[in-house]
Ligand binder design. Sequence first.
Ligand SMILES: Cc1ncc(COP(=O)(O)O)c(C=O)c1O
Length: 300
Amino acid sequence: MTTSSVAEAPITSSTPAAAVSEVVYFDGRYVAKSEVHVSPDDRGFLLGDGIYEVAAAYDGRFVALDRHMDRLRRSLVEARIDGDVADPLETVFQELLDRNGFGESGKAMVYLQVTRGVAPRTHAFPKSHPRPTVYAYAASFAAMGDLAAGVGAITRPDIRWSRCDIKVISLIANCMANQEAKEAGAFEAILIRDGVALEGTHTSFFAVVGDVVRTAPLSNLILPGITRELVIEAAERDGIRVVLEPLSVDELQSADEMFITGTTTEVVPIVTLDGNPVKSGSPGEMTKRLMQLYRDAIRV
Ligand SMILES: Cc1ncc(COP(=O)(O)O)c(C=O)c1O
């Protein structure tokens, strides 16, 4: 473990979980957030040249951390960022929980990002091979119950690039669409490309048609959501048929149920789409069943 500049004053697991962590990981050290200084020449800042990962922990236990770590490593490989950082990244996730009082109880997430590092601005990767900048923090996140009554969603054209399978920090297209959702009084924008609904700006998208659960198949056009994967597995274990085929815009109008999934969003029903109620306008039976199956799968 790299020595910590705040080792003398960690926030211990008996400290009540704070909304925003005090101890963060930066440049190979655990430091107070106020001590972090990111260079203006960081390629994450100048070019959005980096990747990130988010994992959730319940009462100190991460959900599917191995899958998050696999996706993180894959993002690094696909983005051609050298992921050989000072500490094993799994350790950073666990340390941040523990040092911020989330080690034993409550719901918390750890966000970790890696950029290609600090170098004079060029489009091509710097020849100097700078050390990647690694920044991570822990924070609590809202209870699943908060959104269980369902949320509104809008549809928007998917104007993102075509490597949506890499969890890159360049999220401006996602931010713009989500802002439009917020301005429309909705929670999420469902992104439409080539006439089909792919995913949300920060969530995976599912619909229920009859007794079949549908979602887009994995491809370069969606993020391989870990929650999506856990929900599909839980559904199939319970005998629910899942078909990996996206809904067309036409099918969206008649779908029986819709929901979104994500590490911190969990499983949330969509009860209105573009201002119109989805069927009865309240969470459907299949969605409620899957919410419970997901809870059981992660044991909360
Ligand atoms: C575009 C996009 N799709 C889906 C997801 C859900 O992925 P996960 O379940 O791994 O959190 C996210 C999460 O950030 C996302 O950004």
